[in-house]
Design a protein around this ligand. Sequence first.
Ligand code: ADE
Length: 225
Amino acid sequence: MRIDIITVLPELLKSPLDHSIIKRAQQKGHVEIHIHNLRDYSTNKHRNIDDYAFGGEAGMVMMIEPIDRAITALKAERNYDEIIYTSPDGIKYNQKEANKLSVFENIIILCGHYKGIDQRIREHIITKEISIGDYVLTGGELAAAIIVDSVVRLIPGVISDETSALTDSFQDDLLAPPVYTRPAEYKGWKVPDVLLSGNLKEIDKWKEEQSIERTKRLRPDLLDE
Ligand code: ADE
């Protein structure tokens, strides 16, 4: 998979995508992540990429031309399955959406900023708008980092224990069961006996019951879906 991210703040994105599993996924060739500075596609010497809004609206708007140039340059090299814009008014991101994105070959993520981007980009170039939740960030970079992180860990081979990604919370609309490690007793707080029993059938049954109980208690909305 290849992910191209277009941003005015490349430094903000580099660090979150340069650690642990996501870093190793890149080193092992499971994913290529390319971060592009939108200012490199500006058409003036000040490297401006924003301008005043028509109609007297307060705040700056990201201009159409640098974004079009950046995306056109990428599209000239390869086909893209999706051109995503991170915005609080996009569809709300969830695990199902992450699963869908994880099977694609090439995607572009455009990070929004300021008052937003010229509407014509959204109408003619963007194929999907994603919000990571009902709150407003100062820019789309952290949203893009969250999308990339959640997608890359689903690419086959990225997580060494292949079953691990499948047993995550949300993967089957259930929260994950609780987990424990040694010692089996600490300050009198005990690990459930069944987990020490060695009876795999009983353990699986217990995990499933715990998942259902936790989901009912903490996220009943997931069971309605
Ligand atoms: N940009 C600003 N707020 C955002 C959000 N909630 N999701 C995605 N992009 C954003």
